[in-house]
Design a binder for this molecule. Structure first.
Ligand code: SF4
Length: 399
């Protein structure tokens, strides 16, 4: 039998007799790359919906899932994250069928977190009930803003009323874990409007909030237009001040920042996100999806037709695969950890590196502390508030 190109050759860390380090958790990220239309700021792997290809893709995913199952090494799925794209474009019956196929190929752990991203305009009370019954237990709503004008400028097809209605219907359907996405730093946005968006989101009582600053992909319509300075974007120090105000409002509402852009009530951080930032293992399904298993990472081709042909022929639809060296992996753990409130687990970094990071990286560690960007707390390197804001610069100290 051919070895799967993503099988990493190492055995999954076994549980030591009588205890010891537990086997690492395993997640699954599923990417459904279709949207009603393409938003002008988007540089994700997403495209406008094409019914024929989308149907073929939904039919091919269970087959690809079966091929991936041996990579789990006997582990159950601790979390599944269905992202995109706009997965909620699909009828609930199709999404339920996909989740069934996943669980048939790889059993879900007891209490597994099953997330789905949704555009508020694609939901109804009946659809949310069906999704909840199918096993989805976390809903991530792409609210983005509660200002009709800004939503229009962002190319979003939903209204603030759609978001409020979807959140209420999700609660009624039994979703106890709801996340909202907001974007800030938008053209023509001011401090009062940015604050109003955060307050409107908090009024819905979400368990989780993601607050993203607008980033301009150079090839997106927004990127091309703003490269010419039109319309003007808010100044960087202005945006930093909004962020500070937003943090105060969010924390006062009982959500804690656990990553640069993510906030959650205690115990309900997004498992997929957390696992990614801790350098955890997750399989990938769908065109453009990325996976990681113990230092080996890969992506499936984002071209839907190529993906479908490869799966039909029993080939791995690889766009790339790479094996990280221990140094690269350790550095990645530092870079990811510096984006999180819990910081970097220096013991884990030392195990990967095969050396004491306090000695190997004595210089960068001293600089990060002298700049006030991070401090040592036991065996962790924990970023300060300023360090989180400057996470990329803090990580650059180690490169
Ligand atoms: S809905 Fe999200 S993924 Fe789809 S085009 Fe808009 S920003 Fe991109």
């Amino acid at each position: 039998m051919l070895r799967h190109p993503m099988a990493c050759g190492k055995k999954n860390t076994p549980r030591a007799p009588g205890g010891g380090r537990p086997r690492p958790e395993l997640g699954l990220y599923i990417h459904l790359p279709y949207c009603p239309s393409r938003c002008p700021y988007c540089d994700f792997s997403a495209r406008a919906f094409r019914a024929g290809l989308a149907r073929s893709l939904m039919a091919a995913l269970p087959r690809h899932m079966e091929a991936l199952a041996p990579l789990a090494g006997g582990r159950r799925l601790d979390h599944v994250y269905l992202g995109g794209g706009t997965p909620s474009l699909w009828p609930a019956a199709k999404l339920a069928g996909l989740l069934r196929a996943v669980a048939e190929a790889l059993p879900l752990a007891l209490g597994a977190e099953i997330s789905i991203e949704a555009n508020p305009g694609t939901l109804s009370a009946a659809k949310l009930e069906r999704l909840r019954r199918a096993g989805f237990n976390r809903l991530s709503l792409g609210a983005q803003s509660f200002d009709p004008g800004l939503l229009k400028a962002l190319g979003r097809r939903h209204s603030p009323a759609d978001t409020r209605r979807a959140a209420a219907q999700a609660r009624a359907a039994g979703f106890a874990n709801i996340s909202l996405d907001l974007i800030y730093g938008l053209p023509l946005q001011d401090a009062a409007q940015a604050q109003a968006d955060v307050l409107a989101a908090l009024e819905l009582g979400p368990e989780h909030l993601s607050l993203y600053e607008l980033t301009l992909g150079p090839e997106t319509p927004f990127g091309l237009s703003y490269a010419k300075g039109q319309p003007p974007l808010p100044a960087e120090d202005e945006v930093a001040a909004w962020e500070e105000q937003a943090l105060a409002l969010i924390e006062a509402a009982g959500l804690k920042r656990y990553e640069v852009s993510n906030f959650a009530r205690p115990g309900v951080t997004c498992r997929h996100n957390q696992s990614t930032w801790r350098g955890g293992d997750y399989l990938a399904l769908g065109p453009g999806a990325h996976g990681h298993l113990q230092g080996r990472r890969w992506a499936w081709t984002a071209d839907v037709e190529d993906y479908l042909s490869a799966v039909a022929e029993g080939r791995a639809p690889l766009a790339f695969v790479e094996e990280l060296t221990p140094e690269q992996r350790a550095l990645e753990l530092v870079m990811l950890g510096l984006r999180t409130a819990e910081g970097v687990d220096l013991t884990a970094v030392g195990e990967v590196l095969g050396a004491d990071p306090l000695i190997a990286w004595a210089g960068p560690l001293a600089r990060a502390r002298a700049l006030g960007w991070a401090r040592l707390h036991g065996s962790r390197l924990v970023p300060s508030w300023r360090g989180l804001r400057l996470a990329d610069a803090a990580a650059a100290l180690f490169t």
